[in-house]
Each structure stands twice: as C-alpha cells, then as structure tokens.
Design a protein around this ligand. Sequence first.
Ligand code: ADP
Ligand code: MG
Length: 290
Amino acid sequence: ATPMSIMVGTGRAAQLGVLFRRSEALQQLRDARVVAFDKTGTLTQGTPTLTDFILDDDFTHDEVLGLVAAVEARSEHPIAHAIVAAASEAGLPLDEATEFLASAGKGVSGRVKGRWVEVGAMRHMGHVDFSDFGEAIATLAAQGKTPIVVAIDGKPAAAIVIADPIKPTSRAVIAALHEKGVLTAMISGDNRRTAETIAAELGIDRVEAEVLPADKVATIKALREAHGIVAYVGDGINDAPALAEADIGIAVGNGTDAAIESADVILLGGDLRGVLNALAVSRATLRNIA
Ligand code: ADP
Ligand code: MG
C-alpha cells in the first residue's frame, strides 16, 4: 500500500469514528481470520444490575446486602457498582470495610463491622460449601446472568445475580463478520454457562470462559496458532494486555487510558459496527492499490 492510499484510508475511517493509531493495522486488518471479543462492556453494555438475591435462612437480606456493598464500595468492577447501587436503592447505609483484598477475575473480600465478608465466583470459593445454591445458580447462569456467591465468617450466606444486557448491535455485527468469512470468538472471565448462553444468543463461533485476566494473552496466542491473524475487541477494563497481544487491538470507546495506549484502533462511541467499518475501509484501501 502506498503512503497516500493509507492516508486516504485512515482519513475515511476517521470520518466513520474509527481511529487507526498505527497505519500497519489498516493493512493487517484485511487479513484477520478471527475477531475475538471481550464480553463485559464490549458485547454487553457493561452497566449490569442486580436481578436476583438468594438467601440462606441464617441471614437477612439487608444484613447481607449491606455487608457486601461495604466491601464492593472499594472495588471498581461493574459487578461492584451494581451491588452498591442496589444497596443504596434499598436505603442501606454504607459501612466501612477494612482489610480489603481484590483478586482479579475472582472476587473481593474485607472486614465489615467485625465480620469477614467474601464475594466472588463460586469456582474460586472452594473453601465454602455452596451446594445449597448450586441448582439456582445453574438455572440463572443458563439465562445468561452472572451468579456470584457471598460467604460471611466462612459460612455460605447468599447468591447474588447480576445481569448485563447485550448491546443492540452486537448480534448483527457478529452475523456480518461471518458473511465476510471471519471467525468470531468471545473471551470472558465470567462463568462458563453464562458466557456460553450469551455467545449462543449472539451466534459466536468460539467461547473461552472463566479466563483469568492474566490468561487472556495466552488465549489470543492460541487463537492465532489455530486460525491466523487475530483482531481483539475490548473495552479496556482488564484487557489492555490482550489488546497489545492481538495482531490488531481494537478498543471500544469509553475504554480506559491504559487500554487506549495499547490499542491499534479506537472505535469512538462504543458502537461495535465500527468493527465492520474498520474492516470495510481496510479491504477497500488495499483493493484500490493492490
Ligand atoms: P470479565 O471478563 O467478565 O470482565 P473479570 O475477569 O473481571 O470478568 O471477573 C471474572 C469473575 O470474577 C466475575 O464474573 C465474578 O464472578 C468475579 N469477580 C471479579 N470481580 C468481582 C467483584 N468485585 N465482586 C464479585 N465478583 C467479582
Ligand atoms: Mg470488559
């Protein structure tokens, strides 16, 4: 590609809200075999709400929600925002949490009013017996919702369920990529059943679920070995390393500054149709000069 045609291509893309930060990305995108997406905040809106609360008999709803919100108030995770918002809506005062610990991709813990509160994915809370909640959790996860569990002083206290709606354009974007002969994948730290349900609703080809933030890079490498050039689309929360590892890292708007640094392409406004615009401009540019 000539420098002139690349300049025209990046200019055309910019008019469509697609910023190419590296001109090589415009050339590489044409040959992408796989487009992998982060789930939360990329395919889904990233502003989840609390939908279900399943309580153990030994606890009360307000007691558990209050303790959990106190710990989650110290977390930046979208799940944490949903829980703090629910507690505030219920009119509960926000207590202070000490000894706060956050484990990326697993959950959080802390001490509130002398009690030890742990919140997170059930698969990472093996030291507590949550078998009483197992069936309800499986049912809700099969609806595409995210179940997390709460232990108080080491005892199973509740399962809290969070739902994050799919963005209105996600399904059409996946279908259009398939028409262009591109394989689609979803990479998520979420529960396997939840991730598989969302992927099935969207028609996504491959699902990698329960991936810890540190392992997203290895997942991208594996996709590249299996299929070829990989584009990764993420919102930047937890996924700056994946954006950097992908052959073409595409950050959707409202991503964090760190993620923007490691992205090759930025989609302004968070609309995933920008992925199709980027691909179309890339193919048109290289066709014109080939
Ligand atoms: P994603 O890829 O969906 O952004 P993360 O890697 O951030 O997922 O988190 C994976 C899982 O870890 C969540 O689905 C949840 O079960 C658990 N988790 C992470 N952070 C928190 C938190 N602050 N509170 C409760 N659970 C959490
Ligand atoms: Mg995300």
